[in-house]
Every structure is written in structure tokens, then in C-alpha cells.
Design a binder for this molecule. Sequence first.
Ligand code: ATP
Ligand code: MG
Length: 344
Amino acid sequence: HQRVFSGMQPTSTLHLGNYLGALTNWVAMQKTHECVFCVVDMHAITMWQDPADLKRAIREVTAAYIAAGIDPKKSIIFNQSQVPGHAELAWICNCVARLGWMNRMTQFKEKAGKDRENASLGLYAYPSLMAADILLYKATHVPVGEDQKQHLELTRDIAQKFNNDFAPQIAELGLGTGELGFFPLPEPMIMGPAQRVMSLRDGTKKMSKSDASDYSRINLTDDADAIAQKIRKAKTDPEALPSEAKGLEGRPEAENLVGIYAGLSGIAKAEVLQQFGGGQFSGFKAALVDLAVEKLAPIAGEMRRLLAEPKHIDAILGEGAAQADAIAAPIMREVKDIVGFVRS
Ligand code: ATP
Ligand code: MG
């Protein structure tokens, strides 16, 4: 039985990178896997979030999931804080994980920055909460971008140590599955045509919610005018487009725009270049604006429609949380029995 778990932080509006790098793959996975898609609000507060903005972002990310094609009838969509098992299992993961393991996490170093003494304890424990998210559902597959690979390896280490530390109890209670122990070791899912979308201002940096410049990214809520302006202003180089993919080497901005065109149209970069190679950027950019507006405007429209009725969104999250808890609660009871907690 294969179960997928994945999530996004409601730290701000989702962007084209989240869409092409993650959401489009999630939508496709619904056909082949049982899927649990989480809005990880507990992860979001590892960095300061204004409470009113956080509420808005939770609903906005939920709307983006649905508008992009995640069907709440097929997949579970919920926000993390509504299922208590995430926090409960995270504590146990904290006690299984070793300080030495946590100290190697590069995302903490990046996000904590220079003022590390002033970073939250939650930011440090972030990967342990992520391990709990995945193990709470005994998820077997986790779609991950390059940026999350290290955290998934840590999840596997935590699962393995739990299975080893408690092997006698797992056996005694008859809770092992095969030679694996209690928790399956989750596999990273290499995503098919998934791609890393880079900043529109700097082709060597990834497009990110936390970039200060709004011109660095296309938000899923941008209207046609904003999309057109951002693409027209996107950084390029003075050369014409090459007619073969190897001509993009050393030209990160050109490669990124061609990649975005390929991702949005579902064709290979080489094909994009067959069509536009030899031409100037202005013509290509005009075609990219048309394509981006055609693909993204309906998503933005659907998001606006959904967000006009926040009660409806909250109801979807509530139903999803109940479905998620129905999977998580029995697993959590078993974990407590294994660890030796008394339940009465
Ligand atoms: P933050 O800057 O707050 O970390 P983010 O833009 O990196 O935000 P996350 O919520 O951390 O977004 O990631 C959500 C998902 O989107 C993850 O699966 C991540 O791998 C993917 N993702 C994020 N940025 C990109 C990008 N530029 N290209 C492709 N995939 C991306
Ligand atoms: Mg990120």
C-alpha cells in the first residue's frame, strides 16, 4: 500500500515555483496514490507570522491546492494544527533524534542566518516535526524538491532508530510489519517533469516566497497585467535564443524562461527552442506572457472565487482534518503503547 504525504508552508502566497515544482506533480499523483496534502501551519510559525496574515495564508494555500486541481474528494487536504498527532509525535521524534543529526541540517543554518542565538527553538526542531508529519501517516512516499532531501533522510534516520530502540516492544505488541519494524522508511519521490524555477531577477537563485522583491516571482494570485509586467522586466542577456538546448549553458536567466515555457506548455525545452531559437527575447517573452496568462489566470480566478467564501474553505479543512485524524489517531495510540505511556 502506497501513501503519499506532502505539504507547503502558509508563509505567503504560492508562486510559479511551488506550482511547477510541486503542485502539478501532486495533482498527477492523485490518480495513482492515496494522498495526504497538508498546509503546514505549525511549520510556518517557526519564523514570526502575524496572526491575521497567517490565517489568510492558510486559506490562500488551501485555495491554491484546490484551484490547481487537487480534489478534496480524492485526496485529504487539511491544516496541520487541526490534527493533534503532529505535535504529539514530534515530541517523540525530538527524543529519538540526536543533536549531532540536527546540527547538520543546512536549512536551519540558512534560515537562522547570522543571528543564530535569536532563532526559535522551533526552527531548529523543524526537521523533527517534518519527520512526525510523514511518520504519523506511515507515509511510504514523499515528493521532495532538492531543498527538502536532507530532511527526508533525517526522517528515515528517526524512523530507523525508533524501530531499533523499541524493537522488543514492537515485537511483543505484534505491531511490526515484516522485517521493517513499526515505521516504514519513506522513499523520496523523484518527480517526473518537475523543475526548479529560478528567480526572475537572478537566474542562479530559486524563486521563493521569502525573496524581498515581488518582481522575482510570479504569484498564483497575480492578474494578467502583473504577469505581463514581471515577464517583460525579467532579467535576460543580450544574445538571441539558441536553437538547441546546449546553447543555454551559462545563461541561467534564458534557461529559466525557456524552462518556464516548457513547464507551462508541457513540452520539452528542445521543442521550445525549435520554435523560438534564433529570435529575440522580446518575441519570446510576448509568447510567454500569453501562455502564462492562459494557464495561470484560471487558477487565480478560481482562487478568488474560493476565497470569497472562507467558511467553505474552513469546512474543507475541517473535513480533511477529520479524515487525517482517522488515520493518525490509531497509529498514535500504538506509538504510545510502544514507548510505554499509560493510556486509561
Ligand atoms: P520559503 O521561502 O518560505 O521556504 P518556498 O517558496 O521555498 O518558501 P515551501 O513552502 O518551502 O516554499 O515549499 C513548498 C514546495 O514547493 C516544496 O515541495 C518545495 O520543494 C517546492 N518549491 C519551492 N520553491 C520552488 C522552486 N523555486 N522551484 C521548484 N519547486 C519549489
Ligand atoms: Mg522552502
